[in-house]
Write a protein of this length. Structure first.
Length: 323
C-alpha cells in the first residue's frame, strides 16, 4: 500500500504570540514563513516557522492562545517535538540555549543519535537531534536568520507520544498508515515510515498509570503527516475510515488540503498534501512579512486585525561567544 511519507508539520499551543516569535525566530533562528490566523478561531494567530521556503517537513506551527491554561501532561498527547540539526552542532546549540536561559533538561543518546532536550518559554518539550543521515525533505537556509547556516535547524526530526495502551496505536500505525517497527530503547518504541530517517518516524511509550492528558499552553495540538496530493490523501482517508477512526471531510487550508482524525490513543493526526505551498499567495522572498488570510476570511480582515495583538520583528538580546 502507499503510505504517508513523513511529517508535514507539527502544530503546538503557545502563550503570548510575541514571546513565541522571539524564541522560534530570534533564538532558534527559524524563518517565519506564514503569519496567518487559526481558520477555526480567526481571532488567534497561526504562526508557521520553517526553512526559508517553508518546505513540507520543516514546519513547526503555533496557535498562540495566551489566555489558555497550561497543558495537563498525560497519555493521549504528543508530548515532544524533535528538530533536526546538523551533525556536530549540538555543543553550539547547547551554548546558545544556555545564553538565552532556556530550561535545558539534558543531553542523551537516542537510537544512536545525539539529542539535547529543553523546554520553550511556554513549556513545550523540544529536542534538538543531530542528523546521522539524510532527511526526508528539502531544506533551504534562511539568510536572515541570526543562526549561521551551518548550524540552522533542518526541519522536523520526529515526535514522541505517550499512550495508555501501546498496542492499539502500534497496530493502527503499521496496519493502516504503513509504519514499521524499527527499534526499542529505554521504554520507547520507534516506528518509521517510507525510507525512515529524519522526519519519518514517531516514538511511542506506554503510560498505563498516567492520567489522561489535555491540551493547553505548552502542548502539541496535532501531528500532520505528508501525502503527495489529493488522490493520495483520499486513498489514505478511505483506509482510516475503514479502521473506524472517523476522519473529517477534506478541508481546504489554502496552502494545503487537510483531513483530521484521532489515532486509537487519542492523539490528533492530520493528513496534509504537499502543495500548493506557502508561495501561492506571497512573494517567496517575503514570506511571513504580512498578515495573510485565506480568501474566505479576507472580507473580515478589519475585524480580525482589530483583535490580534501587534507583532514586531523577533526580539533577542545581544549574546557573546558567537552562538
Amino acid at each position: 500500500m502507499k503510505t504517508v511519507t513523513g511529517l508535514h508539520h507539527v502544530t503546538a499551543i503557545a502563550g503570548p504570540a510575541q514571546e513565541n516569535l522571539d524564541f522560534y525566530a530570534g533564538v532558534l533562528g527559524m524563518a517565519l514563513v506564514k503569519k496567518s490566523v487559526n481558520q477555526d478561531d480567526p481571532g488567534t494567530y497561526h504562526l508557521f516557522y520553517a526553512d526559508a521556503e517553508g518546505h513540507p517537513g520543516t514546519d513547526l506551527t503555533f496557535f498562540p492562545w495566551a489566555e489558555a491554561a497550561p497543558a495537563k501532561p498525560g497519555h493521549g498527547l504528543a508530548n515532544e517535538v524533535a528538530l533536526a540539526i546538523p551533525r556536530g552542532s549540538l555543543g553550539w546549540w547547547g551554548a546558545r540555549l544556555e545564553r538565552y536561559r532556556a530550561p535545558i533538561a539534558g543531553a542523551e543518546i537516542r537510537f544512536g543519535e545525539r539529542a539535547l532536550r529543553f523546554r520553550d518559554p511556554h513549556g513545550l518539550e523540544v529536542a534538538l537531534v543531530e542528523l546521522e543521515g539524510p532527511s526526508g525533505h528539502a531544506f533551504s537556509p534562511n539568510e536572515a536568520s541570526p543562526v549561521p547556516a551551518e548550524h540552522q535547524i533542518r526541519g522536523l526530526h520526529g515526535a514522541r507520544l505517550r499512550e495508555h495502551r501501546l498496542e492499539p496505536t502500534a497496530s493502527f500505525l503499521t496496519d493502516v498508515m504503513g509504519f514499521r517497527h524499527v527499534g526499542d530503547e529505554n521504554g520507547w518504541r520507534r516506528y518509521a515510515v517510507a525510507d525512515g530517517g529524519s522526519g519519518a518516524f514517531v516514538d511511542l511509550a506506554e503510560a498505563p498509570d498516567a492520567p489522561r492528558g489535555f491540551w493547553g499552553v505548552g502542548s502539541i495540538h496535532h501531528l500532520a503527516w505528508r501525502v503527495d496530493d489529493e488522490q493520495h490523501q483520499l486513498a489514505m482517508r478511505m483506509r482510516i475510515e475503514a479502521a473506524s477512526r472517523r476522519p473529517t471531510p477534506v478541508i481546504d487550508r489554502f496552502w494545503f488540503k487537510s483531513v483530521y482524525f484521532t489515532e486509537p490513543g487519542g492523539v490528533l493526526f492530520e493528513l496534509a498534501t504537499e502543495g500548493p505551498g506557502f508561495a501561492v499567495d506571497e512573494d517567496p522572498a517575503h514570506l511571513g512579512e504580512s498578515l495573510v488570510l485565506p480568501p474566505w476570511l479576507e472580507p473580515q480582515r478589519d475585524e480580525i486585525e482589530a483583535v490580534l495583538p501587534k507583532l514586531t520583528r523577533a526580539r533577542t538580546a545581544p549574546i557573546a561567544g558567537g552562538a
